[in-house]
Structures are given as C-alpha cells and as structure tokens.
Design a protein around this ligand. Sequence first.
Ligand code: PMP
Length: 400
Amino acid sequence: VFSNIVRAPEDPILGVTVAYNKDTSPIKLNLGVGAYRTEEGKPLVLNVVRRAEQLLVNDPSRVKEYLPIVGLAEFNKLSAKLIFGADSPAIQENRVATVQGLSGTGSLRIGAEFLARHYYQHTIYIPVPTWGNHPKIFTIAGLSVKTYRYYDPETRGLDFKGLLEDLGAAPTGAIVLLHACAHNPTGVDPTLEQWEQIRQLMRSKGLLPFFDSAYQGFASGSLDADAQSVRMFVADGGECLAAQSYAKNMGLYGERVGALSIVCKAADVASRVESQLKLVIRPMYSNPPIHGASIVATILKDSDMYNEWTLELKAMADRIISMRQLLFDTLRDRGTPGDWSHIIKQIGMFTFTGLNTEQVAFMTKEYHIYMTSDGRISMAGLSSRTVPHLADAIHAAVTR
Ligand code: PMP
C-alpha cells in the first residue's frame, strides 16, 4: 500500500547537515544549522547546565512521573518572567497563560493551533525572508499565511517603509509573526524607535503580535535588552503571544524545552485560555518532557546559577561578535570586492551574506563549505582557524 509513495525532499536547513556528513574532506565546514560551536569547533554544554543536571541527579525526590499537560508550573512562571521582565504588570496581574512547549517549534505550533481554533482572524503575516519552518507550522495548523516586506537586498538592511506599508494594508485583527530579536536568517532587527512605530501601527489596526523568541541573550549578550521589543508590546496593556526556545541561549537544543505565553487583558481570560491550551496539547503529545524544563527551572530560580548562565551566554554572544569582526577584517585585508560591512552590522547567530545560490554551490563544491542556499551562514560555527578558509572561498566565489 505504500509502494507509490514519492520521496520527500530533504529539509532545506537540516538537509545541509546531511550533505555535510557525507563529505569526507578534512577541511569541510558546516555553517548551515544554527548551533553554537566552541573555538575548537565542538558543541558546547554550558557549565551551569552540567551543574543543574548534577543537582537533579543527586536529588532523590526527583522522579520520572508525568508532568501536567501544561508542563512544569515553576518553569512556566520563570519563563514568563524571563521574557516579560520580573516587574511586568501582566505577570503581576495574572494575565499571562504560559504552557511548556517542545522548544521553539512546538511552542509556535501550540500557539498556531490555539489561534486557528479560537481567534476570529486566520491570516498570519510573516516576514520575507523568515525561518523556513514558519510558513509550514502556520499552514499546517490551519492559518492562512501572507507575507510582509522585511529585508532590502540593496541595503542589506531593514525595508522599514515596505514593512509599514504591508502591515498598514493588512486586514484588521490579522496576526503578525515578529522575530523578537536576531532575525533569522537576515540578522537585521528594527531599532527601538522603529519597534515603537511598528507597535503603534499594529495597535491602531488591532493586529495581533505573535513573537518568536529563539535567541534571547544571543543578539546583544543581554537577556533584558533582547526582550525589549516584546516588553514594549506588553507595556501598552494589549494582547500578544510569545514562543520561547532555550535551544540556543541555554544550549539545550536536543532537550526540546520552550514555552508559549499568551498575554490576555484579564486574569479570568488567561485562565480560560490556559484551559483551552490544554485541549490543544493533550491529543498532540499529552504532556511535555520533564528533564530539560527541570534544568531550566533549577538555573532560573537560583541567583548564583542565573548569574553564571548570563556570563556563559555573554561569552557565546561575544565569540560570535568576534567572528564577525574577524571575517570582515580578513575580507578587507584580502581586498575582496564589495561592501562587507553588513557582516559586522547584522546581529545574532547568522550573517545573510548576499551570496547567491550559484556562489553557494561553488563554495560547497570547491571549498567544502556548507550553508543554506540563500547564502546564510552560522557565525557560531566559525573559529579563528576556519575564518581564513571561509574568506578564501568567498573571495573566489565573488571574483570568479
Ligand atoms: N524560530 C526561529 C527563528 C529559529 O531560528 C528557530 C531555530 N532554528 C526556532 C524558532 C526553533 O528552534 P527550536 O524548535 O529548536 O527551539
């Protein structure tokens, strides 16, 4: 009965790693997937995460029972505090419904399913470009995906005028997906003044913000600074959704730990919203895994561990920033044609190089460097040892 099934294409991002794994060259370099690597090119488990795991393992009261449908209550509270701020009026007034999700992806999916069932407007606007999974997550949940202009290839910066025009023309109540910080794949974020204009426009039209926060702390190295956009929208008393991921900022990629928060107008609304979120979650996976959420809660509730985390996070962010500078300097010293200043202007894990599909294919074939075909490279996958190799490849690709 399955013999007629056609082969599905590889995932555009994870497929890059599949191709990389098949390459036997000793100089191969994977800049496709957004995963942090050390200067030695190794995956990193944060020290503070190891400490938290030790505490959990040695605590005999820890058992492996099911969590509630909404996940670990303590984790949910701390996650809301992390993104909205400890002094957030929405939290103090119990207007936030937070549930544990399967990392950022799972949290986005719960939010999307909830909106498809309970929100009157089924159109969601996503930026061009955006993370490739966004349109799939929203479409499969039953929302109708439209786009708004975001990136200007000419300036390699924000197309702010296009963004305002497109959101200005969106129907009342439409949902708008916003990257909270460190926009993927472009590394281009609005300034705080621009965020304020976006907020005013969206609130005046009753557009519903759905924040995707996958890189809190990774853009600037400061958890508070990277949550400014979200906090602006919560400060005005209006509603919003926020999906959080601890994959990057705590390095918990494979533990699949994240949260979805829905900020409501009143406590009784939030409580009813939470009851409906349970109905979304129960038939999908019943309840979330316990280990990753326990690690996060252990770290967030202890001031000493929290401080250690912020230092380790800052070190990761700083290493990425130093790779930006090094790549920029190396291209400048080689006299590679073109303006490469966007490498140091863009923020977060990725640089949107501006290299085209053909140049990317050339770099993969000749230099064994793997990246997504849109020219996005993960700066977190670079080291001082590999930057010269990448610069050689870029130089060759643009002077061919
Ligand atoms: N949103 C964006 C913008 C991302 O870049 C990612 C990770 N690549 C995610 C969400 C979700 O990742 P995860 O499900 O691993 O938390």
